[in-house]
Design a protein around this ligand. Sequence first.
Ligand code: FA5
Length: 341
Amino acid sequence: MTAEETASALVAEARGLATDAVAALTAADTVAELTAARPDLLGKGAPLTGLRRRVGSLAPEDRPAAGRALSEALAEVAARYEARLDELRAAERRRQLEAERLDLTELPERPPVGRLHVISQTQRRLEDVFCAMGYTVAEGPEIETEWHNFGALNFPPGHPARDMYDTLYVDHGPPGSTLLRTHTSPVQVRVMQRQSPPLYVVAPGRCYRQDTADATHMPVFHQIEGLVVDEGITLGDLAGAIETFTTAYFGPGFTSRLRPSYFPFTEPSAEFDVQRPDGTWLELGGSGMVHPSVLEVCGLDPERWSGFAFGFGIDRLAMLRYSIDDLRDLWTNDSRFLEQF
Ligand code: FA5
């Protein structure tokens, strides 16, 4: 420090050092770099702080202004330091968040989930509708005795009505004694044998006939059987049950009718048809009043109990409901076809 030092030179030097300090702190790219530089910019040993010591050697009248200018320069560097520190901390926080970010908008693609086959869906819906009407669900075996499938149902051996069913026999026991059930009606017999009336049951399941596959026939298909046995059951109850089912399952635009028919295990017997809203009729299945001799074979007194039964094709019903043209499509396992339902 020389005697000639002037306040203006000191102030100019302070400005220059402040500018250098601001440049240095602006150049720091990380919080660590910036805090490491702090002693050199604002600490006791920093060049700008060191200028304070030289204020005392100025002419007394110059000291206050020079002191103020120096304080302002230091305050400016300190403010810029804090601002830069905030900036770098925010940037580091952003970088950290970015690195830890989980992108929830791009979830991994869901693996394909299977679905129930349209026939299973149809069967479950039918069960729901009948359960809502007060029926319970019963089951029987698919491999049946000839007696349950035919004998108990009033088809004695050699009865011509047996020819309506192209039966697949199973090589078990005496020839002709065991078969793949041709309809769900043997479940009627099993239910009447093991439960006492009143009976309100449906029995859905697979059936087998040696039918050639075409648009409306398959050698393996599904039926749902209905059986009601109680006191005072009449044909009117059968018609009412079919009509209630038709509107519950198909909707209010549909109606049903019974047409005289023949089945050995019902008397009288009727086919029942469903009318679509466009006026066309579709045959759904068979029905009738349970034949007294069937009640008797199953141990029920026909003088006390009467009942009705019906049975129809679930596959045909699904065709109608989902506008399927060909039953064979249901067996191709083409997922593009099956995914529609
Ligand atoms: C019977 O099987 C009687 N057991 C129905 C019955 C039950 C009558 C209770 C009286 C009392 P049918 O052979 O008509 O009847 O068959 C009934 C329905 O099963 C048919 O209307 C049809 O919808 C369906 N069905 C029959 N054979 C096939 C087949 N090969 N492929 C697809 N559906 C079939």
